[in-house]
Ligand binder design. Sequence first.
Ligand code: MN
Length: 234
Amino acid sequence: MNYLFEAVKVVGLPVAASDAQFPVRRVYCVGRNYAAHAREMGFDPDREPPFFFCKPNDPQSVVPVPAGETVTLPYPAQTSNYHYEVELVVAIGKGGKDIAVADAASHIFGYAVGLDMTRRDLQMKMREMGRPWEVGKAFDYSAPVGVLHPLSTVGEINQGGIVLQVDGDTRQHSDLSHLIWSVSEIIANLSTLFELQPGDLIFTGTPEGVGAVRPGETMLAQIDGLSPIRVHIA
Ligand code: MN
């Protein structure tokens, strides 16, 4: 193909114990999927249906974080309240639509630790005005993701600790069993709205304790059984 300029490259995520990379297609995110986080954001968490938003999938948005490395990201523009949200990221390996909850796990390739970085001040302003969240959620380098661990090696993940530390201080600490909508329920619901394809990522929501990270600080995001990620803010 004779493009006018170089076409954007697909982001490849590292896969544990493999030389192959996982090519990222779409990036879906679930909002308010832990009750205590829904409350801290000012909402009643009594199982409102899951809702979704997206992040861009290009290399200026999704940032692979290799095992054992610390990735440095620039502090984003137009915010003074730049928040971390540690999340379990589910990688889809088999597509489908109208997927049954009981079949959902068979569509999972694997799991990783991710950060749904958020310009909270802009998100809240847009929320109050009834406007889309993109400027708060879909900005540059807003989706660091760690090494993918195949379901075939780690098994189906429905529980385990999820932790976010800033410079060694624990800010978020919960358990995946506290997800309001389970991973399988999320996949089933999302697949009624969009036909899922191999390469899709789903950020499954963050627990309570979200807060600001500042230039010079380093975040450590961990989920039991998965490679942790370290992200430094310049
Ligand atoms: Mn989130």
